[in-house]
Design a protein around this ligand. Structure first.
Ligand code: SF4
Length: 493
């Protein structure tokens, strides 16, 4: 291993933006840099190299990346800034023009960053600059502008940057993300992701099992499975003579590892098959948490979005899940202000959401992304209208969330303790429940990464308060969690 400077160990920091899959990429990069002899720096002001693992899902995501690059430049002009991720794949020139940015590396070459930084130092001991030409990046074009751009055809890219993290890079994670799938074969008309992440591809099951075993043996209680289109896991893999499905992966994980809890990040609604829902309902080791992007409740808008379902299909999937898991968390991504969205379309969205047992929502304003069909659509919706629609849905989501939290009082839930120990200065332990609620256990300072049955004692600003369940409650709760499920039917707002 060639250390850039044989006089000290270079320090690095990775700043991640965007989704869980991108966070998992960042964690894998941390691991690769650590293995290449770099040392993690706690903040960018002391780092020799800062990697911005960018997101480009919305215009404000782009803006956030540029802002941070400028802040780093001001705070640490000596830092070598590398920008990678989806924004780097979509518009490398824009990033290369930012002051202080030395490399722009597309998702196509993310796996080469550790090697790139290890083999090219700004100067040798004698101050000469190592010409980049010595690098032989595979199948990628190397262009030199003010920054060096390393970028290839993302659709020709089969590799999947994935390895959750152990050791240094995992130090601050209680619930590590494991990215098992990347890319997307869908073409939602508002979405730029397929053009920056490439084709859907899956991490082979054996590698997933290895990673989860390593995490479980390292003491992690919960692992979050993530991907760009997670529900499409396995379609490019075969096993036992058939194409694999996400449910096959989960069954194998439950059979072949000791992980205490598995959580699914986001899965497209039509991929919540009855088989997957049965598996989620039957296994106490699968978090009762269904996150299914909805985007709109108007069939007219869903058609314009090129979404692969209509509102009744969506309703049917959520109701199928609720029938099996009435005390689970139900979340959705919803977009307001898609081009041409009328008051009537929005009202259909509001009504559908009001009638379904959601416990939280992620509400996003439509964001024009160049290169997507929706970017060329006329009838862009007025900004004030978009904000008002967003406000209405967030208010609705807050009502539902409070109602759901109130239903938990007096119940036993199982939580994973996190590393936080205070709640607005109150002494205690932060935790997260099976059904995706923040839980605070006042008084006790428990270690992170413990799985505990608790008795919910009340609600607080954004979550629940609890105490550790006593022996009797424990045995009751652990014996058959389903018995504590609330019979009260969902009344709807
Ligand atoms: S499913 Fe649609 S929204 Fe999701 S990543 Fe694929 S194209 Fe984008």
């Amino acid at each position: 291993m060639l250390l850039p400077y044989n006089r000290f160990v270079p320090r690095f920091q990775i700043i991640n933006f965007g989704c869980r899959a991108n966070q998992a990429d960042g964690a894998a990069l941390e691991q690769q840099l650590a293995v290449s002899g770099f040392q993690p720096a706690d903040r960018h002001s002391t780092a020799d190299v800062v990697v911005l693992n960018s997101c480009t899902v919305t215009a404000s995501a782009d803006y956030g990346v540029r802002q941070v690059a400028r802040q780093i430049r001001r705070a640490n002009p000596a830092a070598r800034i590398v920008v990678t991720g989806c924004y780097a794949q979509r518009d490398p020139e824009e990033l290369a023009a930012l002051p202080g940015v030395e490399y722009v590396v597309g998702n196509s070459h993310k796996t080469e960053i550790a090697n790139l930084l290890s083999t090219c130092s700004p100067e040798n001991n004698d101050g000469t600059f190592v010409p980049l030409a010595s690098l032989t990046p595979s199948s990628g074009a190397l262009r030199t502008t003010t920054a060096k751009i390393l970028l290839g055809d993302i659709f020709a890219h089969q590799e999947l940057l994935a390895a959750p993290v152990l050791g240094a890079a995992a130090r601050d994670r209680t619930r590590p993300n494991l990215k098992v799938q990347d890319g997307c074969n869908n073409r939602c008309s508002f979405c730029v992701i397929p053009y920056v992440r490439g084709r859907s591809r899956s991490l082979p099951i054996e590698r997933v099992i290895d990673q989860i075993r390593a995490l479980s043996e390292s003491g992690y209680q919960e692992v979050v499975l993530s991907g760009i289109n997670l529900g499409r896991y396995g379609r490019d893999l075969s096993g036992g003579g058939k194409r694999l499905r996400l449910a096959d992966l989960i069954r194998t994980i439950l059979d072949e590892t000791m992980i205490a809890r598995l959580r699914l990040s986001s899965v497209e609604p039509m991929d919540f098959s009855n088989d997957l829902l049965d598996l989620m309902a039957a296994s106490p080791r699968l978090a009762k948490h269904v996150h299914a992007p909805l985007q709109s409740g108007s069939d007219r808008i869903l058609r314009l979005m090129h979404r692969k379902y209509r509102s009744h299909h969506y309703r049917q999937r959520i109701e199928a899940a609720f029938a099996r898991m009435p005390n689970a968390a139900y979340g959705a991504d919803v977009m307001v202000g898609f081009p041409g969205e009328t008051d009537a379309d929005f009202e259909e969205t509001r009504r559908l959401i009001a009638s379904l047992p959601f416990t939280y929502l992620h509400v996003f304003p439509f964001s024009r992304r160049s290169g997507t069909p929706a970017d060329k659509m006329s009838e862009q919706v007025n900004g004030a209208v978009v904000r008002e629609r967003g406000r209405i849905l967030r208010e609705l989501a807050a009502e539902k969330n409070l109602r759901f939290r109130e239903q938990q009082v007096g119940r036993n839930l199982e939580v994973v303790t996190l590393d936080g120990h205070s709640n607005n200065g109150q002494r205690g332990t932060a935790a997260i429940s099976d059904n995706f609620l923040d839980v605070f256990i006042p008084g006790e300072r428990l270690d992170g990464n413990r799985m505990l049955p608790v008795m919910i004692t009340g609600t607080n600003e954004s979550g629940l308060t609890a105490r550790v369940a006593d022996a009797l409650e424990c045995s009751y709760a652990l014996e058959s969690p389903s018995r504590i499920t609330c019979a009260s039917a969902y009344s709807g707002v």
